[in-house]
Each structure stands twice: as C-alpha cells, then as structure tokens.
Design a protein around this ligand. Structure first.
Ligand code: AMP
Ligand code: GLY
Length: 425
C-alpha cells in the first residue's frame, strides 16, 4: 500500500513512524513533513491547505490512501478534494469537520445526540456575554467559536479577563465581521482524551490518554497545544471506554450520519471526569497531539489497514485491535517563549546520543524542526516530542526524561511532571 500523510508535526511523525513499521506499506510520502519525518518518508513541498494541490500530488504518486493529520486542512476541505479525485482518504469532510471547527456546531450536535456536555450559551453581542457570564459565575469558561490551535479558550476566576476575551472573540469594537463566542459551565475533574476511528457507522475506540495542556509544572501557566501525554490511565475506571462509547462516541457518529454529514476518520473526545459523571469538553476531528504519540506507541495492530478500512467504509471487517501492555509517556520540548512568541532557528543537538543510548525504548518525534545546511534547527513552538515505553508509567517516564536530558536546545522548556502523579498512584 502506498500512503501519503498530510501535515508536519509530531503527530504526523508518530503516524509516519507507525506506517513505516507496517509491512503492508510499500511507499510512504508526507507533505510538507519535517526534518524527522524525512527519515521515514519522502517529503513533498505542497501547501497542506490546498485541496487541489494535495489531490494532484496523491494522483501523481499513485497512492492508495491519504491520511490527513491536522485540523486546518480538514476544515479547509482537503479530504473532500482527495475523495472527489477517487482516492481513499482518512479524515472527515469539511462539513463533518465542523465538529471541531465550530464549537457552536459541536454543541448543537451534542444536544441532538443527547451527549453529556457543559451547559453553554452561544453569544454574539456584549449584552449576551454579560448575561452568560452572570448566569454561570466563576470560574468562567470562554471559548472562541472558531479554530484557535488550542489557544482560543480562557478559563479564569477573573471576570474582567473573561469579559475581555469574550468581547475580542465577537470582534466587538473592531471593524471586522462579528464572531461568536461560547460561554459555558465550568467542569471539574480530570481530563481524558479518547480517540475513536470511525467510517461514519462503525466506531472503534482506541486506548485513553491524558494530555497536559498548561505550559508549566503543576498545571500552571497558559494553555498550549499540549506539553506531554501518557497512556494507560491507571486511575481511570476500567469501564470508562465502554461508557464513553455508549454515551458519547456512537451517539455522535449516529447523529452526524442522521444529519446527512457522516463523519469518517478520527473522532477525538476531550472528556472531563466530573463528580457528576463524564462530560464532553470538546470534540476534535483528528488525532490529538501529543496523545497520538503515546497511543500509537501502544498499538500493535498494523496501522495502514485500519485507516484504509475507515476511508473505505469497511470498518465492520476490521479485526479487533491488539495493544501492548506497555505504558508510554511523551514529553514535549518547546522553544523559548512558547506559546506566546516562540523563537525559532535555534540549533538542536543530542539526538544522536538518544538514538545510541535510549533506543529502542525511547525515541524522538519531531514537531517544529528543519534542516539548515547540516544543522537541525527549531522551526516552531513545539519542537520535539520525546516518547518512551516501559513496563509501567514510572519506567516509561524515567526513560523519556533520560532522553530529554540529552537534548540541547537553547532557551527550551519542558514540563518535568508529565505522568508523575499517575506513575506514583
Ligand atoms: P478546549 O479547546 O475546548 O479543549 O479547551 C482547552 C482546555 O480548557 C481544556 O483542555 C480544559 O482544560 C479547559 N476547559 C475547556 N472547557 C472547560 C470547561 N467547561 N470547564 C473547565 N475547563 C475547561
Ligand atoms: N492535545 C490536544 C489536541 O490535540 O487538541
């Protein structure tokens, strides 16, 4: 099978790594990719948001499957363009990707499907914003309706900050078109990311993971795209996946099909395990980053066939997935000043030492990297995802941090407490 992966972050490196280990995959391509992906796939400098260009590339390469990694191309309709060219694609249509692209649409689908989530108001005016903030009280949860790379959400005790973010989201005071903002009830309790592969009808859950969204140790600092992740979750109820399948994943897939916008690809449920039960915080329409790094580290079933079954609508033929009992931990190394104004162009050193001393249990997945002559340099906010497996979380954690310790990147930051609580529990 020839496969083309779209995207260029650590999630796509994890996807490409798994696909490169799949004996059915005879050729692996990625557009645009990054310096790490270049070691396992052939790179193509194509604009990932340009559906016509991606479809043309897939046609020229004669691939059997296109896998779309990030949300931006999905929301831009890249999967539709590839599908229209008659090439199987893993990833939802533009319409179905609104589940991630519009928080208001997601709330509407959840209401239709009876899926438990935070009570919320969609606001477009300063008056509606005041009413909603008053109705819920602190802590305030204010979400930009559109895509914001995980950074459009403000959770704060400070009414002034909440109001300012809400007003900015609706564009109050600016000349541009007014946007929408979702203001919702605060959900307490730990968060879980649960992914499911679906073809629009059949739903196949993967293993749950936990992400660390805040920049600093102890869940302090600003929200980020994600600073680390681990799986499994020793503290979670063993029935969690079955419960989320029955109350969230299957009803959502059924509702989208009923509405005439079937969702095929990866359905990501971001969940809060609250004192009153499981609630959906958000849906995403693609694999999570960095959770994918730990989930795929544990998946034993070769990946390409599963993704192709989703693309072809044949997931009911898929044999049950097989999983390693190992635990996996990933630690993100981010650049100086991430997430505000990340600095790029800094040299990255120490990867050869990791390959020599820590492989195969620990390995480095690239996020924002590129080659500058012979040197490897940072090219984004999240730079590397250092991933390790072990017989339990403590061992996986030890191995991941040993590898992190060998990597040199001027001004870089990483959290030191990824999976710590879960490993000690
Ligand atoms: P989202 O982009 O919707 O995932 O939100 C980003 C992060 O904000 C989540 O991972 C949570 O940590 C936090 N968050 C979002 N919605 C809520 C909520 N209703 N209650 C508490 N925290 C929330
Ligand atoms: N790790 C959070 C996300 O992928 O949205």
């Amino acid at each position: 099978m020839k496969v083309l992966v779209i995207g260029g972050g650590a999630r796509e490196h994890a996807l490409c790594r798994s696909l490169s280990l799949d004996p059915d995959v005879t050729a692996l391509h990625c557009a645009p990719g990054n310096a790490g992906i270049a070691e396992v796939a052939e790179l193509h400098p194509v604009d990932q948001l340009d559906g016509a260009a991606v479809a043309a590339l897939a046609g020229e390469l004669g691939v059997d499957l296109v896998v779309v990694g990030p949300e931006a191309p999905l929301v831009a309709g890249v999967a539709d363009a590839v599908r229209a060219a008659g090439i199987p694609v893993f990833g939802p249509s533009q319409e179905a990707a609104r589940l991630e692209g519009s928080k208001a649409f997601a709330k509407d689908v959840m209401a239709g499907a009876g899926v438990p989530t935070a009570r919320s108001y969609v606001c477009t005016t300063p008056e509606e914003i005041e009413e909603a903030l008053d109705a819920f009280g602190a802590p305030y949860v204010v979400k930009d309706d559109g895509l914001a790379a995980g950074k459009g959400v403000v959770v704060t005790e400070d009414a002034e900050k909440a109001r300012a973010h809400a007003l900015a989201c609706v564009g109050a005071g600016s000349a541009g078109p007014g946007g929408r903002v979702v203001i919702e009830e605060y959900l307490d309790g730990p968060e879980v990311s649960l992914f499911a592969i679906t073809d629009g009808t059949t739903v196949l859950p993967l293993k749950p993971a936990q992400d660390f969204k805040r920049a600093l140790d102890g869940d302090e600092g600003p929200n980020t795209g994600g600073m680390g992740a681990y799986s499994p979750l020793p503290w979670a109820d063993p029935k969690l996946v079955d419960e989320v399948m029955a109350t969230v994943l299957q009803p959502t897939v059924d509702e989208l099909r009923r509405r005439g916008t079937p969702f095929s690809g990866l359905l990501y449920a971001g969940l809060a395990i609250t004192s009153r039960g499981v609630r959906v915080i958000e849906f995403n329409a693609r694999f999570g980053d960095p959770e994918t790094q730990v989930v795929l580290a544990r998946l034993k079933t070769p990946l390409a066939g599963v993704l192709l079954n989703s693309a072809n609508g044949t997931l009911d033929d898929q044999a049950p997935l097989s999983w390693s009992d190992d635990a996996a931990v990933t630690v993100v190394i981010a650049s100086h000043n991430y997430p505000d104004t990340p600095r790029t162009g800094d040299p990255i050193e120490g990867l050869a030492e990791v390959a020599e001393q820590d492989a195969p249990h620990a390995y480095v997945l690239h996020a924002g990297t590129k080659r500058d002559g012979a040197a490897l340099v940072s090219a984004g906010g999240r730079v590397l995802s250092v991933t390790a497996t072990g017989s339990d979380l403590a061992q996986a954690r030890e191995r991941a941090y040993a590898a992190v310790g060998r990597i040199r990147l001027d001004g870089s930051q990483h959290r030191t407490d990824i999976a710590q609580k879960a490993a000690e529990a």
